[in-house]
Design a protein around this ligand. Structure first.
Ligand code: HEC
Ligand code: HEC
Ligand code: HEC
Ligand code: HEC
Ligand code: HEC
Length: 413
């Protein structure tokens, strides 16, 4: 009897051992390493280490295992033509050697993971998706505060920063110490937790990550936040308007650029030895006070609510003036003889905007106060610009897309 038991148990143990061995030698990464080694001759194999490769980055608080599979990123002489065996493009790894920078400071993802899906951040609850292709430019700002100095390497990021100003995002959102507080502060939107983002993933198709959520938000601000009309609510509860974020019809490439910029707004706080401080904002010489004022109008985000050139057309649910933010083409007629009153409106703002229907909630957009945010010099230039608007024709509908009120088709990605 004892002997039978002994034989059975030994058999079971051997089986378990073989199973474990098979599983271990059949890990995803061992398959890649075997395939890679198979392409090399003996001389080329010399000096290569197998097994899990691990870069410890104490200063950066990271452990990156990406080179376990990306075996040839820093060995162009051995690289193959397909991933994960390609050499790294460009000279980035010469400037940022893997042993001091690793990979995830630039690419995001999950450094410690040794399976591709997890390493690439493509698993639930991992909030740092892998940055592929030109989106990687989002990470450069966390160290290169002076983006201008590396401008030729980050065209998409710079385009995004420029668009953020041109489209008037500062009119409602602050980043660091500039911009309005009509809506969320975006200073850390690139690393804000998914819970705080109110990321309504259930309202969009996968992939459910920060990149795709931001793109979707920019393309169709109101579909992720459509509000709740009165007739769908119990008696006594107040209706909720759809998002007040204007739908200005951004083009695909504009969405890509703005997403890159938003992804660059993180709480990353690396040691000083990795970081270069931001350069000063270059001083601009304006041809006239009106040109100066136009620049102020755009940068401060007046465009966002009052339309390009003050031409109007932006939705404001339940606002007295046809549910829109008023245009500013007639400022001269109202305030031409009373410039101080105009300055007071800009300094103090007006809140809330008057309602069309007093039984419905206040309009979501109001004229914010700028008094602590604008210098006297900029204010004078702004006023000169506003008073010059009276004799301009509103920009054509093409160059100035009005707010797109309608929802997109139900199946937009
Ligand atoms: C288990 C193996 C494995 C690990 C670990 C791994 N990768 Fe990959 N990686 C792959 C494979 C396979 C591909 C090609 C398929 C794909 O694009 O998903 C790839 C693709 C990529 C690409 C995109 C290439 C392209 O042309 O689109 C990037 C960027 C990348 N990996 C970065 C990383 C980073 C950063 C890490 C570490 C956080 C990492 N990988 C960890 C296997 C791996
Ligand atoms: C200094 C930032 C930086 C570091 C560090 C870095 N990369 Fe990259 N990586 C980039 C940029 C930028 C690109 C080019 C993206 C493009 O196509 O425009 C790139 C491209 C790639 C690609 C090609 C696929 C693609 O998306 O274009 C792979 C794969 C990759 N990196 C993997 C790695 C791995 C693995 C490491 C760590 C050893 C690493 N990178 C470290 C910035 C970096
Ligand atoms: C973790 C911090 C960090 C990240 C992220 C980072 N860099 Fe760097 N980068 C450095 C440091 C440090 C140097 C070395 C500076 C020096 O030698 O003066 C450097 C050097 C460079 C250089 C060459 C020297 C120079 O200043 O012209 C370029 C170009 C560059 N980085 C571009 C990029 C790009 C593009 C990205 C994003 C894809 C990026 N870097 C991401 C820290 C970083
Ligand atoms: C007229 C005001 C207004 C303007 C202009 C505006 N937004 Fe918004 N934005 C909002 C409001 C209100 C919300 C919050 C409600 C919602 O999620 O839709 C919001 C939310 C966001 C969010 C989500 C933030 C979070 O933490 O959940 C992002 C990202 C964003 N806006 C980016 C932008 C960008 C980029 C621009 C410029 C193209 C812009 N916004 C212009 C009003 C505005
Ligand atoms: C978040 C949206 C928003 C932003 C940004 C904004 N405004 Fe307004 N503004 C309004 C609304 C709404 C009104 C109407 C207020 C009312 O009727 O009480 C208004 C009213 C005004 C008026 C008074 C118009 C009149 O007919 O009396 C002026 C002037 C004005 N804004 C200028 C500006 C300037 C200049 C900027 C940029 C510095 C700016 N606004 C930014 C929403 C905004």
């Amino acid at each position: 009897m004892k002997r039978v038991l002994f034989t059975v148990l030994t058999g079971a143990l051997t089986a378990l051992f073989v199973l474990a061995l098979a599983k271990d030698t059949n890990r995803e990464w061992t398959r890649y390493q075997r395939k890679f080694l198979g392409t090399l001759d003996r001389a080329e194999r010399r000096g290569l280490r197998g097994g899990i490769q691990q870069i410890l980055l104490d200063d950066l608080n990271r452990v990156d295992r990406c080179t376990t599979c990306h075996v040839a990123v820093d060995k162009p002489q051995l690289a193959l033509a397909e991933e994960p065996f390609k050499a790294h493009p460009g000279k980035l790894l010469d400037w940022h050697p893997p042993e001091t920078f690793g990979c995830t400071v630039c690419h995001g993802g999950q450094g410690i993971a040794s399976e591709a899906k997890a390493a690439h951040g493509d698993v639930p609850h991992w909030e740092e998706p892998l940055l592929r292709g030109p989106l990687v430019q989002a990470s450069c700002r966390s160290c290169h505060g002076n983006v201008e100095a590396i401008a030729e390497h980050v065209p998409l990021l710079i385009k995004g920063m420029t668009l953020f100003e041109e489209k008037g995002c500062y009119g409602c959102h602050a980043v660091k110490d500039f911009g309005q507080t009509v809506s969320q502060d975006l200073t850390e939107v690139g690393s804000k937790s998914y819970l705080l983002l109110e990321a309504d993933f259930e309202m969009m198709r996968p992939p459910h990550d920060r990149i795709h959520w931001l793109k979707r938000k920019l393309a169709h601000p109101r579909t992720l936040n459509p509000g709740v009309p009165q007739d769908r609510l119990p008696e006594g509860e107040e209706e909720v308007f759809p998002s007040a974020m204007p739908h200005v019809g951004l083009a695909e490439d504009e969405i890509e650029a703005l997403t890159t910029y938003l992804l660059s707004l993180t709480d990353a706080d690396y040691p000083a030895s990795y970081v270069t401080p931001p350069g000063p904002r270059p001083a601009v010489a304006y041809a006239s006070p009106i040109e100066h004022g136009r620049a102020v109008f755009e940068r401060y985000g007046c465009t966002a609510c009052h339309g390009p050139g003050g031409s109007g057309g932006r939705m404001n649910f339940n606002a007295g003036l046809g549910q829109e933010v008023p245009p500013l083409l007639y400022v001269k007629a109202y305030y031409g003889n009373n410039v101080e009153a105009l300055k007071t409106v800009i300094r103090e703002g007006r809140q809330p905007a008057p309602r069309q229907d007093v039984t419905r909630p206040n309009p979501p957009l109001y004229m914010p106060a700028w008094k602590d945010r604008i210098s006297e010099e900029d204010l004078d230039a702004l006023v000169a610009y506003l008073l010059s608007l009276h004799d301009r024709v509103a920009p054509s509908a093409e160059s100035a897309p009005a707010d797109v009120a309608s929802a997109p088709p139900a199946d937009v990605p």
